[in-house]
Ligand binder design. Structure first.
Ligand code: T4K
Length: 397
């Protein structure tokens, strides 16, 4: 096959005429419950005039979420980033170094910085895009306090290997599980691994409270400490046990969460079907690859990332990204640029691109395609078709 020249590569007018979607299709969209059901919950809030601070709906959601997720202790938060900040304070980690991945949302690295901790970036695995457990040991120093891996796109990290290296060096493990709602590994919630796990319930997540999040912990004592820390450290009207923060979830968020919980099984099932359609539609396009389902894992299909290999596909990820927008398809480059490229971290020795070759490559090639429960299967088929046509267009037989 011979590649077309640059001018021809951008000439897609005829494709646009036939394949442009009538409305913009975004990478994520929240599935909304019936407005009337939310109004009913609001009526209760109005009557009780209890808006936040461990309200009735907050307590109900904490209880039902812990049950649904299959975990013993869960504390709700105003968002995932603050939950992660509090996770570090819960374990009294507020200095030194923490080993983490550069292939993540900025929040993961920033919460370390806000706790005066130096992030130490570790390269990722090719088959999951998660922090590579085999590379942790060489990054451990006398300053290392913990490991902060991310279950990227909801795919579980190598939890056994991470536990092993953490145990042998006396390190804590906090999982950024922002993407891992409902994910199970070997029949158990993935959130049962590590000392603590953080969930995000942002509007772009498959379970959402608008803004929101949670910490999953392993003991009643830890849950108590977290509850103090997220409420200014207040134990009672006259006792403050430590320097806490305001991380509380309001009743309005909890109300949405309770309704979302009734819909979340259907949301995941719909996403599973859409992921299957993407897998079928993309499998024969040269230069496009995607993550395979992992044995022993019950996935949540929170994201559908693809990698674009320019040599075989015909154009690179950035060109494809720009072209798809013309078709009204709005994917996202999660996670480009790497956290190690941000000016606040790029001078760290561990941020050297030469030390992070896989993360560098994946960040250059990755594109997250639209996936959400209310997305029509026909639109996924059209997106696959557009990807195929663009590929064919950029080669001459
Ligand atoms: N750790 C990890 C690994 C994370 O991925 C995140 C958050 C966190 C920590 C921190 O958790 P939180 O503190 O956020 O709870 C979005 C989200 O804002 C962010 O929560 C999420 N990760 C990240 C992966 O995605 P943006 O900047 O891409 O969002 P935005 O506003 O551009 O939205 C993306 C698309 O979603 C829009 O094009 C349309 C759609 N959308 C968005 C919103 C806000 C809606 O349809 N409705 C909406 O209300 O970061």
């Amino acid at each position: 096959m011979k590649k077309r020249d640059h001018f021809q590569r951008l000439n897609v007018d005829h494709l646009l005429r036939n394949h442009k979607l009538p409305e913009p299709v975004f990478v994520a969209r929240p599935t909304m419950p019936k407005l009337a059901d939310y109004c009913e919950k609001l009526t209760g809030i109005w009557e009780r005039r209890w808006l936040t601070n461990d309200g009735q709906l907050h307590r109900e959601l904490e209880h039902r979420l812990a049950e649904y997720l299959g975990v013993d202790h869960l504390a709700l938060f105003c968002n995932g980033a603050i939950a992660l900040m509090v996770a570090l304070q819960t374990l009294r980690i507020d200095g030194g170094e923490v080993i983490t991945t550069p292939f993540t949302f900025p929040a993961t690295a920033h919460v370390l910085h806000w706790n005066r901790i130096r992030p130490v970036f570790c390269d990722i695995e090719a088959n999951t895009f998660n922090l590579d457990a085999n590379r942790i040991e060489q990054l451990i120093s006398p300053e290392t306090k913990a490991i902060l891996p991310v279950h990227v796109y909801g795919t579980p990290c190598n939890v056994e290997a991470i536990r092993k290296v953490a145990d042998s060096h006396g390190l804590r493990v906090i999982y950024d599980a922002a993407h891992a709602f409902g994910v199970r590994y070997k029949g158990q919630s993935v959130l049962t691994h590590g000392d603590l796990s953080m969930l995000s319930f942002h509007a772009t997540k498959l379970f959402t409270t608008g803004e929101g999040g949670a910490l999953v912990c392993q003991s009643e004592a830890q849950k108590k400490r977290i509850d103090f820390l997220k409420n200014f450290g207040i134990a009672d009207e006259e006792t403050v046990i430590g320097p806490g923060i305001n991380g509380k979830m309001s009743e309005f968020q909890a109300a949405l969460g309770l309704l979302q919980l009734d819909m979340v099984d259907e949301e995941i099932a719909n996403r599973r079907n859409l992921a299957k359609s993407y897998q079928n539609g993309l499998k024969d396009i040269a230069g496009i690859s995607f993550l395979k389902d992992v044995p022993d894992v019950q996935h949540n299909y929170a994201y559908f990332p693809i990698l674009v290999d320019e040599k075989n596909y015909g154009i690179n990820r950035d060109e494809l990204f720009a072209l798809l927008k013309l078709f009204n398809v709005h994917p996202r480059k999660y996670f480009y640029p790497l956290c190690s490229h941000f000016s606040c971290y790029s001078s760290l020795p561990s941020a050297d691109p030469a030390r992070l070759p896989l993360a560098e490559r994946v960040a250059r090639q990755v594109l997250c395609l639209p996936i959400y429960g209310t997305l029509e299967n026909g639109i996924v088929e059209t997106i696959c078709n557009i990807l195929m046509k663009i590929h064919e267009e950029h080669y001459l037989e």
